[in-house]
Design a protein around this ligand. Structure first.
Ligand SMILES: [Mg+2]
Length: 275
């Protein structure tokens, strides 16, 4: 089926490479989002796998670019982790995360003890923790050794995090270290490409009303494919014309240089003129 912009009601937007390049907004993309928010044409959700920061930090970044945004529009695997703990009514969780992220989850889940308690813990959860220490890793291993059946989840699978100095260790690397240590592997890994991150959007909109927009085929597009929604591929980040040509999966619904270009697809006269 051809991509129908007028049938869409919600965009799930990747951030880095799609709306931002590092700290800098990608101007025409951000302009399209601001205009569409003003005219209330589409609902927008903003998606990141990065669990080293709280959603508040992303509210600031997106709001700082002039985009009107509220809490519910930010989708990070921390929300998936929160629901996971809630649904299972866990009360004692060994969480490996930054202090700010731990404090955030503690505010959201006041009845849960985030603690290391060999006898009591019901879950081990690993987030992207820039304050990671040997002791935190040792405790995960010790918990698994003592209780191999103890539930274990990770917030996302990314092997590395891009930085201005090249790739730096992320959760995927920590999981590889733990697996090498004693074979422990998480029962669930949240974050892209898992469509669990999109649960709030899938609850509110029909699949054909949703499009995911992003710059990475193996995370953003893989998530869209698994959720059964259209994917808009932007070339403003990681994917290039060359990498797209080499890609063996199903083609994206649309390919644009940057997200702002999509606006032209909603104007039938403009499209007819192009054909
Ligand atoms: Mg990206």
């Amino acid at each position: 089926m051809p991509f129908e912009l007028n049938a869409k009601k919600a965009f799930v937007c990747d951030l880095d490479g799609t709306l931002f390049m590092g700290p800098q907004p990608i101007e025409p993309a951000v302009r399209f989002v601001i205009d569409a928010c003003k005219s209330r044409r589409f609902a927008f959700y903003y998606l990141t796998n990065n669990t080293s920061k709280t959603p508040e930090a992303y509210l600031k970044k997106i709001g700082g670019a002039g985009i009107p945004v509220v809490d519910e529009q930010i989708l990070t695997p921390l929300a998936t982790l929160e629901s996971y703990i809630r649904e299972r009514a866990y009360r004692s969780v060994y969480l490996v995360a930054s202090e700010a992220v731990t404090a955030f989850l503690q505010r959201r889940l006041p009845d849960v003890a985030f603690e290391f308690a060999l006898e009591r813990n019901e879950l081990m959860a690993l987030a992207y923790d820039p304050e990671l220490t040997y002791e935190k890793l040792r405790r995960l291993a010790v918990l698994h050794n003592a209780r191999p059946e103890l539930d274990f989840v990770a917030t996302h699978p990314d092997a590395c995090c891009p930085s201005e100095n090249g790739p730096i260790p992320d959760v995927g690397g920590m999981l590889a270290l733990l697996k090498t240590t004693n074979g422990m592997t998480p029962a669930h890994v949240f974050g892209k490409p898992s469509p669990s991150l999109m649960a709030p959007v899938l609850q509110r909109f029909a699949r054909e009303e949703i499009a995911v927009v992003g710059d990475r085929l193996y995370t953003d597009k893989a998530m869209a494919d698994r959720a059964g929604v259209d994917f808009v591929c932007v070339l403003s980040g990681e994917t290039t014309r060359a990498s797209l040509a080499a890609y063996t999966g199903s083609p994206p619904a649309v390919v644009v240089e940057q997200f702002g270009e999509i606006a032209a697809m909603g104007e039938p006269t403009a499209r007819e003129n192009h054909e």
